[in-house]
Ligand binder design. Sequence first.
Ligand code: GLU
Length: 469
Amino acid sequence: MTVRVRFAPSPTGMFHVGGARSALQNWIYAKQQGGVFVLRVEDTDAARNKPEWTEGILSALDWIGIERGGYEGPYFQSEYAGEHRAAAARLHASGRAYYCDCTREAVQARTGSQYQGYDGFCRDRGLPAGEGRALRFHTPDEGETVVVDLIRGEPTFENKLIEDFVIARGDGSPVFLLANVVDDMTMGITHVIRAEEHLPNTPKQQLLWEALGVKPPIWAHVPVVVNEKRQKLSKRRDKVALEAFRDEGYLAAAMRNYLMLLGWAPSGDREIVEWSVIEQEYRLEDVNPSPAFFDEKKLRAFNGEYIRALPVEEFVEACRPWLTGTGTIAPPPWQPEEFDADAFAAVAPLAQTRIALLSEIVPNVDFLFLAAPLIDEAAWAKAMKEGSAELLDAATAAFEALESWDAETLKSTLEAVGAERGLKLGKAQAPVRVAVTGRTVGLPLFESLEVLGRERTLSRLRAARVRLF
Ligand code: GLU
């Protein structure tokens, strides 16, 4: 039997990191089993779906490593409406489903509770199909439905507690529960790996598989992802969109490594590992079934490590979208023609060890590409002390006289200028740094001055001096 798994997102919003994780789990499982990964877009909720969300999902999957062409599909659920209706009709014809004209109010009046499920009133009434009549599945009164779940063992549900649930609405349109099952059958799915929130649907869906005469799949319900308050990550409250992480400058490799560590760990005392190790060692059976904490701080630290591990040419390339403002990434504060790729390449190794997100490259190097530095007023106030004007004068004069413009000479020159005033290098650097870069922190100063060049450094020192009058 060839293993066939599927990832079945609904295109109702930005692509959630939890979704990315489920997709990767399916991806790995297919790879490990020599199986097939199917992508199915569940687009039947016309009111909430938008085509741009579908495109967003496909490109986010691409980014995380599930590349177009590497899977079967995408199939679109809306194209299988005929199959969904045929399955509903079969269930009715075989006596496993019946039409029901009860209103919610009538059911509540009979059961005396709004929390109790449907009471089976229409089970034996033999109503024909008709406008406004829902089709309900006749659940067994006895026995149990045992779900085989790779992560959770065998969750068992008493059939008598499963109400006769609706499978097609009053207008004849099949509901999600049924459409999802029929698609899985049509697509020959053998393993359903999906979010824990669908576990309550599973006994109902398994009953549908059985009633339609097909062996149910093996299931795996992946634990929810929660925030630091142990609340389920929500798109209203938390940052959850994979695209948002991408645009901040998380590397796909760091992201997918981190996502796989939610509820699982590779062998040995390791966390940061090659994707091939994860593909080899990951076992759905070993995933911890309790909620997994999505720790952005930790992810950020991971990302920093991934950035530092890049060959410098790759780091330079990876930074490019933030330096040139391409695609969904906001443009940097300089004009495109001011960007100087060689100057960036010269400071890139210094920046690579200092940033945790690729977007942080911009404030580190903007001084190189702007006609004048963006002065951070708080930094200015902190660095410019009594005596700073004289220090800047002396530094400017000493720099002007230099024959060679290199980091080492610049450093020893400023050291000497500071020493004459009883200042350690750190203190002497602060006003120079703010004058030239606009900030109190940043890349090593003298390397920065070397790359910025004599003319621009001197004119910024002079401009700062004027500002101090
Ligand atoms: N479309 C459903 C969702 O996005 C997926 C259901 C499933 O995986 O079975 O939640």
